[in-house]
Design a protein around this ligand. Structure first.
Ligand SMILES: [Zn+2]
Ligand SMILES: [Zn+2]
Length: 602
């Protein structure tokens, strides 16, 4: 969506929040209103009401909102003094609290800190006035009544603080057209079906166990296959791209992270230290300092550079328990990590190589929509938020920008959002149903090489400092598998599928031949099971479909006699009878091509 489009939606949603507040206050004249902003996919408003809202109430409120929309009131802006504002909201204690804060300055009407002095202003439509600085649509009639829906009721503390009164929050959504609303509702339903926590359980990919601890997933054998295949893929791609593999321990002495500068600033995101022989050790939250040590372990010549050190490193980070979420927010993560040590004159080429790797993965996984968010520094932050080296910032940013522009990469620039030690690129991707995931980060680093005194001997025989590129295109196994579960709805392409085929004997007479077929496929390196349970054939087919197993190989007397299998796809499509050799040849083609389809002709 274009920025103007987003801005338009924001106005519509924020206006809808006002309309909703009017409808709720008409229903509960004693009700108190708190705040009601537009949010990513809609809007909400928080209320303090004499009774708990019921689902029926939402229907009534929604119906009344449509009427207000049709009444087509203008939104009118007015700046006021704090006294005038307090008089207007004398029966609205939450608003008065906000007005007092606005008067003091430093926070906006939602109580969020802001750098600028704040004006106090009203927006009025018809009988309803809100403390607000907008923006809004011009008239309520610009909200499409057919593209509006109230979604849910939730509890929320005033100002997010549990010591404050609990309010009732109504969530709603609003779009420009009825089709957009419908698409949004479809996406929500589809996302529920594809929820990686639900599929992860049904397909036996991973579990979280109370006794092991929150955010520490256990990978079941099917998850183990996914991980093995992803690692095989990464190692193969990285080998071809000139990476070498290293291994580093999970714990380290405190001094290493003091040296890297992660301690004490990053301590909050780390597991607390353990003490051994009078020395403090930490679980590693990242792999970088270990790789820097490997780089620095001997004298390096320009001939060895770029040096690309890769490792699927397991890191441990402390995430608050309230923020943990399935595989997407965890405390232990296996990262597709690598650090590239590159001389400045080779940076552009190397950086493009990394971007290329991303694009190859996107193509392989059928990720059609992505954006690279390029965060750069700003001059005011130099020496505070950012390493104080303006020329190096400008140079690396320009090189990265040029590379992406030349490569036709879809990127947006976010000034002032860089990491402390260099410009970074966050990669956002969209799943098959159009939900956004932020997958991986790519960073250029010129601070760590300084801290670790990294150097190499350049062509003229002098010491030179390399730049470091941090990159993790396949993110962590946790996040990647969480994404892929939703993206494929659990129906993985054959090369990834934990079980690639299930052999289904129709009668007991066929079990032995079914086992022979399994053995032949197994010898060819495929993952195959036999369903020799007592269930009927239809039930076995259904079970295999529920597990999203790509191929069902059905064997009766006829097939057995012909050394053949009757092939059925998880989609329900029937390929018919194929000899075992024919099927193996086809399976090989599909897997070797890492095809998205289940059938690839010769
Ligand atoms: Zn407003
Ligand atoms: Zn790193």
């Amino acid at each position: 969506m274009s920025e103007g489009h987003e801005e338009g939606l924001h106005r519509i949603r924020h206006s809808a929040a006002h309309v909703m507040a009017q409808a709720v206050l008409e229903m509960f004249p004693e009700g108190k209103v708190a705040i009601g902003p537009a949010i990513e996919e809609g809007f909400y408003y928080d209320f303090d009401l004499p009774r708990t809202l019921l689902p029926e109430d939402l229907e009534k409120i929604e119906a009344r909102m449509r009427e207000i929309v049709r009444e087509d009131y203008s939104f009118v802006y007015r700046e006021v003094s704090a006294d005038e504002a307090r008089a207007q909201f004398k029966d609205q204690p939450y608003k008065v609290e906000l007005i007092n804060d606005l008067e003091k300055g430093g926070v906006d009407e939602y109580g969020n800190p802001t750098g600028e002095p704040v004006k106090i202003s009203f927006y009025t439509h018809g009988p309803f006035t809100d403390l607000c600085r907008g923006p809004h649509v011009e008239r309520t009639g610009q909200i499409n009544p057919d593209a509006l829906k109230l979604m849910s009721i939730a509890g929320a503390y005033w100002r997010g603080n549990e010591k404050n009164p609990q309010l009732q929050r109504i969530y709603g959504t609003a779009w420009e057209t009825a089709e957009q609303l419908e698409q949004h509702l479809w996406q929500i339903e589809e996302a529920k079906k594809r929820d990686h926590r639900k599929l992860g359980k049904e397909l036996e990919i991973f579990i979280l166990d109370e006794e092991v601890g929150p955010g520490l997933p256990l990978w079941l054998p099917n998850g183990g296959v996914l991980i093995e295949e992803l690692e095989k893929l990464a190692k193969d791609m990285e080998r071809k791209a000139g990476y070498v593999r290293v291994r580093t321990p999970h714990i380290t002495k405190e001094s290493l992270f003091l040296h890297s500068g992660h301690l004490p600033y990053y301590a909050e995101s780390m597991y607390p230290p353990m003490e051994l022989e009078g020395v403090r050790y930490y679980m590693k939250p990242m792999n970088c300092p270990f790789h820097h040590k490997i780089f620095a372990s001997k004298l390096r010549s320009y001939r060895e550079l770029p040096l690309r050190l890769a490792e699927y490193g397991t890191c441990y980070r402390y995430e608050k328990s309230g923020e943990l979420f399935g595989l997407m927010r965890v405390r232990s993560m296996q990262m597709n990590d690598a650090h590239i040590y590159v001389p400045e004159n080779l940076f552009e080429q190397e950086f493009m190589g990394v971007v290329d790797l991303y694009l190859k993965y996107f193509k392989l996984f059928g990720i059609d929509k992505y954006v690279m968010r390029f965060s750069t520094h700003n001059a005011e932050g130099l020496g505070k938020k950012y390493v104080d080296n303006a020329p190096l910032w400008r140079k690396t940013e320009e090189m990265a920008r040029q590379t992406m522009t030349n490569g036709g990469i879809n990127f947006v620039e976010a000034p002032g959002e860089a990491a402390f030690y260099g410009p970074k690129i966050d990669v956002q991707i969209w799943s098959a149903i159009g939900r956004e995931f932020s997958l991986a980060t790519n960073q250029v680093d010129f601070a760590q090489p300084l801290r670790f005194d990294l150097k190499f001997t350049n062509k003229s025989g002098q010491d030179e400092m390399p730049l470091v590129i941090h990159r993790a295109p396949l993110s962590t196994h946790e996040r990647m598998v969480g994404f892929l579960l939703e993206h494929y709805a659990g129906a993985f392409p054959v090369w990834l599928a934990p079980v690639q085929a299930v052999v289904i004997p129709i009668t007991d007479r066929n079990v032995e031949f079914a086992r022979q077929v399994q053995a032949r496929l197994f010898d060819e390196g495929f993952r195959v099971e036999v369903d020799d349970s007592a269930s009927r054939m239809q039930a076995k087919i259904r079970a295999a479909q529920n597990l999203k197993i790509p191929y069902m190989l059905i064997i009766g007397d006829k097939e057995q006699q012909a050394e053949a299998v009757n092939v059925r796809l998880r989609s329900g499509e029937q390929l018919g009878v194929k000899t075992v050799s024919e099927f193996i040849a086809m399976l090989k083609r599909v897997v070797d091509a890492k095809a998205a389809e289940l059938v690839v002709s010769q």
